[in-house]
Ligand binder design. Sequence first.
Ligand code: SF4
Length: 308
Amino acid sequence: MPQIYKYLFGPVPSRRLGRSLGVDLTPFKTCTLDCVFCQLGCTTHKTFARKEYVPVKDVKSELSRWVKGGGKTDYITLSGSGEPTLHSRFGEVLRFIRERTPFPSVLLSNGTLFWQPAVRKSACQANIVKLSLSAWDQFAFKHVNRPHPDLKFSQIVDGYRAFRDEFQGKLWIEVFLLWGMNSVRCDVEKIAKLAKTIRADEIHLNTAVRPPAEKFAVPVPRKQMEAVAGLFRPRAKMIVEFSANKSVDIAANEITIRAMVQRRPCTAHQIADVFGMHLNEVAKYLGMLTRTGTVQIQKKDHETYYVG
Ligand code: SF4
């Protein structure tokens, strides 16, 4: 995609969705949480103030232009640099996708605002909604997701249950497991027990295989993930990319990024700037390159550098 879009990125290959065109509705790292595993780094603007962070008319106009230009994707996904439901008009964008494009829509949300009826009503416009659940009480929530101090875990989970009653589309729950933080069997049992009350269509297990915000966010080995998948109803699916995907697009981007970091160490931001890519896309490719040992991570002056 030529670099004429400010709010669209990709389509990027996605294990869950095939190919997904991203729509970014918030400024970088504007989020209700500061998850220790976040692939975008630490949250710089922690808030739960909902407003029109980016102009909806410009987002709609980019989507129209992309569709008219013959754009092809499997899904159009609200995701990106922060929490999409913080955008006060995200429901309007979902409705626009439904009415004015031939593609189904996905909302990837951390779910923390679903206790608000207006957020749930807007989210009902999506074909698929993914919500996060990586804790079982307020203490665990603080430990793993470092929420805005006014957010209450029990209120959020009540919001999930209410949403299930209201939403006709597919509801997915993503459980992000971290070694030593929420992955021992008795903790996963508590998450699974809560997840059951939400009656999701699918449960997805993930772990920190992409460079995380904090060094102590350590991935859980595949074997252990598989051992706890059966605790969930329905049985959890592994969506974690333990090995590199070999699709042609990915290979092309991996080669260019690798060639760049072989010349000089770069941060993810620098790579994104040079190639005009969204940071989410860069994180995906860096995850694959670091997992295969093709690229190494070096920390310097609180920055993470990638070295070929
Ligand atoms: S992982 Fe998602 S919810 Fe958590 S801090 Fe990053 S952007 Fe926010």
